[in-house]
Design a protein around this ligand. Structure first.
Ligand SMILES: [Zn+2]
Ligand SMILES: [Zn+2]
Length: 300
């Protein structure tokens, strides 16, 4: 199970009830941030989420609303004497950005390892239980969206194994690890005794126009969080600003066959009560859609 908490759902200019973009993502003991706009630290505090437990931060692109909170976030981790490493990922330039600024602002002793990596399209993090991959988006600045993909969950078929007298134990683990095991002189193949379950898939676009790379990356996702800066009647404005309309987001969700779509990154021209217009636009293309709000929590 994973949980997503929206820390900011505004676009370039924050509003009283909408902060700059940021998403807190939790999967088992792993906690990540996707984008880190200005004031993300305070949003984390209000949501009662610990910045010290976040192990990886993924920045989509270098528009200030998506990364101006990063330096303060790193600084606070030093002041709190964090000891666990912190990994920061972003487009080309993230390394010099963090290194240059940290040289100027860093105070006190280095209590943890700060690892900064420039991402390319493809797998960025490969852990035993999951991967995080980057895909190119279409925006006025080069950027990447991110895909969290839980690996297939393997289950030993207990019912079937008990039938042949094999109770849960180390051989179950061997079968799940893909090994053929021997039991009462008989060879048991994983293909016959292990079932596979699709893992959770979460996709966050950051800022983007509707584009094929998102449709491809989001294929079959459980949750797609898509740029939805404008309503359909402002589609010209959306094209000029290289953003998506809510209807664009709906179309991507439909073509990618996702389970649920969340709209975010709303223009300041829409007040809270006007966001229903964007929801209705998206619903013309895709039914299972909701509008994100700051501090909204969603389970995947
Ligand atoms: Zn933005
Ligand atoms: Zn942008």
């Amino acid at each position: 199970m994973a949980e997503v908490v929206f820390l900011g759902t505004s676009c370039g200019i924050p509003m009283p009830d909408r902060n700059h973009p940021g998403i807190h993502f939790q999967y088992n003991e792993h906690r990540f941030l996707f984008d880190c706009g200005e004031n993300t630290q305070r949003q984390l505090a209000i949501a009662k989420l610990s910045p010290m437990k976040i192990s990886r931060v993924f920045i989509t692109h270098f528009h200030g609303d998506h990364y101006f909170g990063l330096i303060g976030f790193i600084q606070s981790n030093y002041w709190r004497e964090r000891t666990e490493p912190l990994y920061i990922y972003g487009p080309k330039g993230i390394k010099t950005l963090v290194e240059d600024v940290m040289r100027l602002v860093e105070q006190g002793k280095k209590t943890f390892e700060l690892v900064v990596e420039e991402v390319k399209e493809g797998v960025v993090v490969d852990e035993p239980e999951f991967t995080v991959s980057a895909f190119p988006t279409k925006h006025s600045r080069p950027g990447f969206g991110y895909v969290f993909q839980e690996k297939e969950r393997l289950h030993a078929d207990e019912k079937k194994l008990r039938k042949i007298g094999l109770n849960p134990g180390p051989l179950y683990g061997d079968l799940k690890a893909g090994k053929t095991v021997e039991w009462k002189g008989k060879k048991l193949k994983p293909a016959d005794y292990v079932t596979r379950e699709k893992g959770i898939k979460f996709v966050y676009t950051g800022d983007t126009e509707m584009c094929d790379s998102t449709i491809k990356a989001a294929e079959g996702a459980d949750l797609l969080v898509h740029d939805s800066t404008f309503a359909q009647d402002a589609s010209d404005r959306a094209r000029d600003a290289t953003h998506s309309t809510a209807r664009d987001a709906g179309e991507v969700a439909r073509q990618a066959n996702v389970r649920q779509l969340v709209l975010t990154h709303f223009s300041t021209r829409y007040k809270e009560e006007e966001l229903d217009k964007l929801l209705q636009d998206a619903k013309k293309e895709f039914d299972n859609v909701i509008v994100a709000k700051d501090f909204m929590r969603l389970e995947i």
